[in-house]
Each structure stands twice: as structure tokens, then as C-alpha cells.
Design a protein around this ligand. Sequence first.
Ligand SMILES: Nc1ncnc2c1ncn2[C@@H]1O[C@H](COP(=O)(O)OP(=O)(O)OP(=O)(O)O)[C@@H](O)[C@H]1O
Ligand SMILES: [Mg+2]
Length: 187
Amino acid sequence: MRELALHILDLVQNAIEAQASRVELCINEDCAKDVLTIRVLDNGRGMSEEMVRTVRDPFVTTRFTRRIGLGLALLDMSTARSGGSVEIESEPGRGTKITASYQYSHFDRPPLGNMAATIQTLITLNPQLDFSYHHIVMKRAFSVETRELAAAIGDIPFTHPEIIEWLKEYLAAGIANLYGGEQFEDC
Ligand SMILES: Nc1ncnc2c1ncn2[C@@H]1O[C@H](COP(=O)(O)OP(=O)(O)OP(=O)(O)O)[C@@H](O)[C@H]1O
Ligand SMILES: [Mg+2]
């Protein structure tokens, strides 16, 4: 996939399909250590040991609509091509943690893509999901908790057009702020 945002959408979609009620997404861009990691943690149904061992195979899926599941196979290929790897930890009945790492400066590492639009889409399309987004770029961090947003907006739903617009701007400003200033001097 051309952008990491598409892998992120797939990972969160997998968690939702596994009946997760809470999903935590953490992105850490550490250019001093030359590593970019994406971690998605969920409290869904989890996977057996056998499933964890075989799940990167494109023919392993629990989908009913088609016999191939490409998400994790593509993520595995994309990290391997960029000097990284995918680690999968899962426990049936408890949840799953998937960590994808990339060599930050690798020529083949795809760009993150539009994270503000990606996070806004995830929140708007899954208004019931307890979703947490934590994004670190060197020494700066930006976080969003849908629980806190929901408490702040009261009865107004996440799908309200004005909330969507506000969320887009809030996310775009928060994420843009991660990349400003002199913090990239070491990179
Ligand atoms: N977070 C998760 N919790 C539980 N099971 C998961 C999780 N992520 C993946 N799986 C299992 O691994 C299978 C393969 O996932 P993968 O993303 O590779 O393909 P898919 O979601 O089935 O299809 P596609 O991604 O192409 O739409 C899923 O069908 C599901 O059974
Ligand atoms: Mg998938």
C-alpha cells in the first residue's frame, strides 16, 4: 500500500471485526533511533497461537465474503521491505496487540499519509468505539481519546457535520504541531 494510513485503517478494521470495544492506536516517529512504529491494541476476541503463527499468510482469514485476507500479509511485506517487522501478540478472549516497525529513513518506507483525515474517518464511522490515538514525534506528543471528546460534546453525535468539521481541524492542527520547530535537528 502506498501509505501507512491504509495499513492503519486495516488494523483498526480487523480489531472492530474482532468485536473490540476499545482500540488504542499509537504511532511513534523516532528519527533519532531511525524507527517508526505503529501499534494497535484491542480488547477483541483475540487469536489462538496457531492463528498468530499463520495469520500473515494471505490465505488465512475468517472473512466470509472472500477466501483471502490481505491486510496482515501486505503489512508484513511492507515492513520487511523497509528494514522492519511485524510483531503479533494475542490471547483468545482478551485481545490483540500488533506492532509494525519500519526503518524511518528507509527508501522504501511508505509515507504516513493524511493521519488527520484517517483518524477523523475512523472516529466518524465508529461512533460507539472507545478509541485512543497517541502520536509521538521525537519529544512531542498528541493524543485524542474519544471518551473525553464524547464527554465534551455531550448529546451531539460524532456524525454531526459541525463536529466532523471541528474534528478535522482539531486533528490537523494537533498533528501539524508535532512536526514544527527545531526538534528535527538530530535527524
Ligand atoms: N485484531 C485482531 N483480532 C482478532 N483476529 C484478528 C485480528 N486481526 C486479524 N485477525 C484475524 O486474522 C485474519 C487475517 O487478517 P487480515 O487483515 O490479514 O485479513 P482480513 O481482515 O481477513 O481481510 P482483508 O484485510 O483483506 O480485508 C482475520 O480474518 C482475523 O481472523
Ligand atoms: Mg484485515
